[in-house]
Ligand binder design. Structure first.
Ligand code: AMP
Length: 301
């Protein structure tokens, strides 16, 4: 089954202790759609400017991503500049140029309207809800958000939360949204706001999955070196939703597998700058790291 992804497509300029990259293809929808394309057909909804060239479109086409919903309008593409220092757990945003993203209103091509799996990347919750409402056949709609919306438009975000099945956020966002420091309590109170599944990303400490029936905790894959954490969260979401769209199975057992696939893909993303590693994977590499997670977390009782 196809996965619809909406979010930002950007040119990122990134500096980490391992180097830097100028104006490379990035954005939340880029990371999640390229990642999910390793699992299922992907439909992209985003906006770019006139400076978005053929070589950039080719990146999406190289992954067979449907770009009918990638709108090109007059103006410049969204730009983000950030740096990571020290433990590299959080990006420091140095500059954001919204450009064409400022007036973004997601438009869904008719062929997208039967989408059953949806990832609403981090954009204005009003726009996220607008997309969700156009998809009556959605079996699983997942939402990402951030501090900016949690603090700035809490009422709009609450309405959107009530209309989705999954929330994927990092731990500080979960705490802020719920008003609880304790993550278990935070997840419980978020579940009461609408999403029956809550996924909390904890960077180098891994991921927690909360469902009606259970809690599942997974460590991050221990890498020798992290080169660029940009997009790791969106990559996680792409792997998580991609696996669910591929299988169509929403059981607790399969949600757990999806968390592992998300973690596997997140670990690949940070190995190289930008999209580098995510574009040059093989299905065998993905499966091999998936199995490594099994031995990483196995113990005898
Ligand atoms: P992450 O590392 O998962 O937080 O995502 C990083 C990506 O988010 C980068 O590729 C940026 O282009 C994109 N990004 C940064 N700020 C924003 C914003 N305000 N809205 C949408 N996307 C953004």
């Amino acid at each position: 089954m196809a996965l619809l992804v909406v979010g930002s497509v950007a040119f990122d300029s990134i500096r980490t202790p391992h180097g830097q990259a100028e104006e490379v293809l990035g954005g939340t929808a880029t990371y999640s759609s390229v990642t999910a394309s390793w699992f299922a057909p992907v439909r992209l909804v985003a906006v770019v400017g006139e400076d978005f060239g053929e070589k950039h479109f080719r990146v999406f086409r190289s992954r067979s991503i449907d770009t009918k919903g990638l709108e090109q309008v007059p103006g410049r593409t969204f730009r983000w500049r950030g740096e990571y220092v020290g433990s590299m757990n959080e990006a420091r945003t140095l500059e954001t140029q919204l450009n064409v993203f400022e007036q973004f209103t997601p438009k869904l091509p008719p062929s997208y309207l039967d989408s059953e799996f949806v990832f609403l990347g981090n954009i204005d919750p009003v726009l996220q809800l607008h997309v969700r409402q156009q998809l009556p056949k959605a079996r699983l709609a997942a939402l990402d958000s951030m501090n900016y919306w949690i603090q700035g438009t809490p009422e709009e975000l609450k309405q959107t939360l009530a209309a989705v099945d999954v929330l994927v956020v990092n731990e500080e966002e979960a705490r802020m949204l719920a008003g609880h420091h304790n993550l278990k309590k935070a997840a419980q109170s978020i579940r009461k706001m609408g999403p029956r599944i809550v996924v909390i990303k904890r960077g180098e400490y891994g991921v927690m999955l909360f469902t009606e029936h259970s809690v599942f905790c997974v460590p991050a894959y221990p890498l020798d070196e992290v080169h660029d954490p940009t997009g790791a969260g969106d990559t996680f979401a792409g792997g998580f939703m991609g696996h669910l769209a591929r299988t169509g199975d929403l059981s607790d057992a399969n949600l757990r597998r999806a968390v592992i696939y998300g973690s596997v893909m997140g670990s690949f993303a940070v190995e190289e700058f930008g999209l580098g590693r995510l574009l040059h994977l093989t299905p065998e590499e993905i499966e091999s790291r998936y199995r490594e997670f099994k031995s990483l977390t196995h113990f005898d009782v």
